[in-house]
Design a protein around this ligand. Structure first.
Ligand code: RP5
Length: 159
């Protein structure tokens, strides 16, 4: 079964990153969650980036705040697609530091960066990548999108 790896730089990122975990579980996708700090556990980061693809992980969602090097460094080490979540953490000035640290990658090393604290969208995007080769997941994403549409139509009726 395809897995998504969700990693974050600190336990303090969990309230944000939980939105990615929850939506992925809602699509019945197996999630492997870990804390990997680019600055405090660089050896673990290296090991994770080098080996995540060898244990069934197909996409990595990586969240970090402030000088957010985790998503980019994991992308530099792993052959897997990496989705970066900039987190507005306690050490972040205003969130732009984490956004730009994750967004402005050099040519050859992409990180698909979502909005500040946009972990839910990161989870959906990861599910969509899995859905490209897994029709069960694809069907669930089709239903999810139908649900989004129905909510808007229902809310318009309530006006
Ligand atoms: C980053 O520093 C982490 O990803 C977190 O967003 C931020 C603050 O970490 P803590 O000091 O709360 O552990 O590396």
């Amino acid at each position: 079964m395809s897995k998504v790896g969700v990693i974050m730089g600190s336990k303090s990122d969990l309230p944000v990153m939980k939105e990615a975990i929850d939506i992925l579980k809602g699509f019945d996708i197996e999630v492997e969650v870990d804390i990997v700090s680019a600055h405090r556990t660089p050896e673990k980061l290296f090991d994770y980036g080098k080996h995540a693809h060898t244990r069934g992980i197909k996409v990595i969602v990586a969240g970090a705040g402030g000088a957010a090097h985790l998503p980019g460094m994991v992308a530099s080490l792993s052959p897997l697609p990496v989705i970066g979540v900039p987190v507005k953490s306690s050490n972040s000035i205003d969130g732009w530091d984490s956004v730009l640290s994750i967004l402005q990658m050099p040519g050859g090393v992409p990180v698909a960066t979502v909005a500040l604290n946009g972990a839910k969208n990161a989870g959906i995007l990861a599910a969509q990548i899995i859905g490209c080769s897994d029709t069960c997941v694809l069907d669930k994403i089709v239903l999810y999108k139908e649900g989004l549409k129905a909510k808007v139509i229902d809310s318009a009726k309530e006006l």
